[in-house]
Unconditional design. Structure first.
Length: 381
């Protein structure tokens, strides 16, 4: 095209005329070619907000470190999705979000026992169709996926399980010449010998720190086993009627009371203990032993207890009594504006590959095939 000089702004071009519609068509064709060649270049970035108790800034927590690695791998595989973590130690933010039907956070980590309440808010997305659409293996779980259903539907995918074990400091038990207790009667005897000076023989956490609501650690490690029905339920299927018996309640209350009053195995200060105090006591050696979560073992060991830390089966009324187990599910906010991206995140975080990373942080992961990872053939695994 010939140049147009300033003194002739409307001078005619000698180029072949081209209609306006032809130019639009050419432009659309060019854009289509660019999109076809580089689809991700023009895709808009998406942020998924993840509500969890694990703080990515805590460099001393193996579980938090593993979580950061999992998120980094997800973002690597999904460069168009970024994850922002909202730290919610008590779970209050997640619960409030669902009750007021806010659209963020998008993904909320919830305990199994919270699920009926959360589903009742109408704020959790049903996942049944997504699981079928993406062919998520419903048999590749330590506990069948259907066991986590509420009202006959999936509202979350299981991420991990909380298994109670007896965690103890070896040098303290060796000095007192006691062995890990198998029954509550054994706890009574051994705990009394271990309770000396500033050392709590057997800690029972009835305080409120580090959990959801009041005395969650007490419910998780003690009441859930002492009170629940043989099928592990506190409540009947209507989530209202009590499932445990009066006899179980009286027996459980007496077992706990005896440790404080009759046996002196548990100091009264333990009434103030929650997750954090028991964790720190085992780490520092001011708690000799406690029924605590297997998922905490790696962190306590790394934070000071070292090779002096050991574990054994949790004591029961009888030796080898089964322990009630619960865990966490990943759920999607039904009012999220990023449901598909949130689903991709949930699907990845509960995948065997991501679960193998979580296991390295000490979690007891939910996917059965994750345990085929080479990590589990190492001494650490």
């Amino acid at each position: 095209m010939r140049a147009m000089h300033g003194s002739h702004p409307f001078a005619r071009s000698t180029a072949r005329p081209c209609s306006w519609w032809q130019r639009v068509a050419d432009l659309i064709a060019a854009l289509a070619l660019v999109v076809a060649v580089t689809p991700m270049a023009l895709a808009q970035p998406v942020e998924v907000v993840y509500n969890t108790f694990s703080d990515p800034n805590n460099a001393n927590d193996p579980r938090a470190i593993a979580q950061t690695k999992m998120i980094a791998e997800f973002e690597r595989q999904n460069p168009n999705i970024k994850v922002r973590v909202v730290v919610d130690p008590t779970g209050a933010n997640g619960a409030r979000t669902l009750r007021i039907r806010a659209d963020s956070p998008d993904v909320i980590r919830a305990t199994n026992f919270q699920m009926p309440e959360y589903v009742a808010t109408g704020s959790l997305l049903q996942l049944d169709d997504l699981v079928k659409r993406d062919k998520v293996d419903q048999n590749d779980w330590l506990v069948p996926l259907a066991a986590g259903m509420v009202r006959g539907h999936l509202f979350g995918l299981q991420q991990d399980y909380r298994i109670p074990i007896l965690i103890y400091r070896k040098h303290l038990l060796d000095a007192a010449k006691v062995t890990p207790p198998r029954t509550w009667d054994d706890v009574c005897t051994a705990g009394a010998k271990l309770s000396k000076g500033n050392v709590a023989g057997y800690a029972i956490p009835i305080g409120t720190t580090g959990g959801i609501g009041g005395a969650q650690a007490f419910g998780e490690f003690h009441l859930s086993t002492l009170l629940s029905a043989p099928d592990g339920k506190y409540f009947a299927d209507d989530n209202r009627a009590i499932a445990f018996s009066k006899d179980a309640f009286i027996r459980g209350a007496q077992v706990i009371k005896d440790q404080f009053v009759k046996c002196k195995s548990t100091p009264m200060a333990s009434l103030q203990y929650g997750y954090n105090e028991v964790h720190d006591g085992l780490r520092a050696g001011t708690v000799a032993m406690a029924t605590f979560g297997l998922y905490r073992y790696r962190g306590i060991q790394a934070q000071g207890a070292g090779e002096d830390l050991a574990w054994a089966p949790a004591p029961g009324v009888r030796p080898d009594d089964p322990q009630a187990v619960y865990g966490f599910q990943l759920t999607i906010n039904a009012f999220s504006k990023q449901k598909e991206a949130a689903w991709q995140f949930v699907k990845f975080m509960t995948s065997p590959a991501a679960q193998a990373i979580a296991a390295q942080g000490g979690e007891v992961v939910a996917r059965a095939s994750a345990y085929n990872d080479p990590y589990f053939a190492t001494p650490q695994g």
